[in-house]
Design a protein around this ligand. Structure first.
Ligand SMILES: Nc1ncnc2c1ncn2[C@@H]1O[C@H](COP(=O)(O)OP(=O)(O)O)[C@@H](O)[C@H]1O
Ligand SMILES: [Mg+2]
Length: 268
């Protein structure tokens, strides 16, 4: 049985992983995993609990070191030495807990730990201007940048966390379950943000449990199962049934049957 998908991306990938392995003690969390993201492409990373999604995200964002494999950014092999280095390399991550400070305002949260300083005095005017610029990039609906995070909705908080990830002009943004805690209207708002990120030419990796969200916004869907690549669909070709089958392993031959369909199409 082979469930590997190592197809070359159509456009040159901004981020490319091949042969990534990660073991935690007795648990082989990732085995020979590949993932490619092009600029202006939204790749959804899906899979059941324990499939290895978070581990993969943490390897890309420098939280964990892989046990082998290659990471390339714009074709250049890199090793990621920690989260700060990942940011320098142009990889931004919005973790599921968002890590916002409820009692601080939007500007303070956007610049937490990276205050724009001019002769060691924090330039509040500059930071406020930059905050509005970032929020405009996302067409975000935030009433004021001087209100505390505590008074924002879940969707607005997600907006602030995404805006913060854009400081430093990343090439790739990873979003871990951005709609997990949101209602319908706020989910739609966040999916709009994902589309804005794509329009700005970023490579976007979206981790989600919600197949409707994934199908609404992704260009490509990469399925992990038991730490391995199980399927790689374009959003047009994947039916919900096929996705579920790939996630659960109900059908081990999703990739094979797809390859057969492709072959059938080219033979005609
Ligand atoms: N820090 C860790 N220590 C030990 N095992 C881990 C650790 N992180 C993840 N795992 C294991 O690795 C596998 C993949 O987990 P994870 O990446 O969290 O999956 P997902 O995010 O898809 O639910 C699981 O079997 C999990 O128990
Ligand atoms: Mg996880």
């Amino acid at each position: 049985m082979t469930t590997q998908t190592t197809e070359a991306p159509v456009r040159e990938a901004v981020l490319s992983l091949t042969g990534v392995n990660k073991r935690f003690g007795a648990v082989q969390a990732l085995t020979d995993v590949s993932l490619h993201v092009a600029p202006g492409e939204v790749v959804a990373l899906v899979g059941d609990n324990g499939a290895g999604k978070s581990t993969l995200v943490k390897i890309i964002s420098g939280v964990y070191e892989s046990d082998g494999g290659e990471i390339r950014i714009e074709g250049k092999p890199v090793s990621v030495h920690g989260p700060a280095h990942a940011q320098e390399l142009g990889i931004a991550t919005v973790f599921q807990d968002l890590a916002l400070c409820d009692n601080l305002d939007v500007v303070a949260n956007l610049f937490l730990g990276q205050e724009v300083s001019r002769t060691s005095v924090i330039d509040e005017v500059e930071m406020e201007k930059e905050s509005w610029r970032l929020l405009r990039t996302l067409s975000a609906k935030i009433p004021s940048v001087r209100i505390p995070i505590a008074s924002l909705s879940g969707g607005q908080r997600q907006t602030v966390a995404i805006a913060r990830s854009l400081i430093g002009n990343p090439k790739v943004v990873m979003l871990d379950e951005p709609t997990a805690a949101l209602g319908v209207a706020q989910t739609a708002e966040v999916l709009n943000l994902v589309e804005r990120l794509r329009e700005t030419g970023l490579g976007v990796i979206l981790i989600s449990h919600n197949m409707a969200d994934v199908q609404a916004v992704a260009d490509r869907i990469v399925v992990l199962r038991l730490g391995r690549n199980a399927a790689d669909f374009t959003v047009e070709e994947a039916t919900t049934e096929q996705l579920v089958a790939a996630i659960t392993g109900a059908s081990d031959n999703v990739v094979a049957s797809r390859a057969a369909r492709h072959k059938g199409a080219t033979d005609e």
